[in-house]
Write a protein of this length. Structure first.
Length: 68
C-alpha cells in the first residue's frame, strides 16, 4: 500500500479550489451588465498616415523584419 504524500494532496486540493474560484469569477464577470468606461483614453481624428523610416541600413531592415 502506498503512503499518501500530504504535500501532494495539499497541492491537488489548492489547485482544484483555485481553478473553481477562477472559473466562478470569470462567470460572474461575464454576467455583469456593468460597462467599464475609461475616461483617460484619447481618440484622435487625424487622417494622417504613419510614415516609417525608410533607411536601407541592415539594422533597420532587421528591426522591421522582427517588428512585422
Amino acid at each position: 500500500m502506498k503512503e499518501k504524500n500530504p504535500r501532494r494532496e495539499f497541492l491537488k486540493k489548492t489547485t482544484k479550489t483555485g481553478a473553481f474560484i477562477a472559473i466562478g469569477g470569470l462567470a460572474i464577470n461575464a454576467c455583469s451588465d456593468k460597462e467599464i468606461k475609461q475616461d483617460n483614453v484619447i481618440e484622435g481624428k487625424s487622417n494622417k498616415e504613419e510614415i516609417l523610416y525608410q533607411g536601407d541600413t541592415k539594422y533597420w531592415k532587421a528591426y522591421y523584419s522582427v517588428a512585422k
